[in-house]
Design a protein around this ligand. Structure first.
Ligand SMILES: [Zn+2]
Length: 68
């Protein structure tokens, strides 16, 4: 069963072994988005990456979630 662990810019909301839902989290101001994104959990050792702009402070935040 795969598992995703965020290392930057995200908190996991839910995961079921093949898919995960995460919320964007700004590491500058701590703001966490209310809506979540659902994506496939990366294979072991691989990374899911994305970017978003924080609605609160405008910080360009990188999202990185590693598969285990
Ligand atoms: Zn922010």
């Amino acid at each position: 069963m795969k598992q995703g662990t965020p290392t930057a810019g995200a908190v996991i909301a839910n995961q079921n072994g093949s898919q995960m839902s995460y919320c964007n989290k700004c590491e500058k101001c701590g703001e966490t988005s209310r809506s979540s994104n659902t994506v496939s959990i990366p294979s072991k050792g691989n990374k899911y990456t994305n970017n978003f702009r924080c609605m609160k402070c405008g910080n360009q935040q990188r999202v990185e979630i590693i598969g285990y």
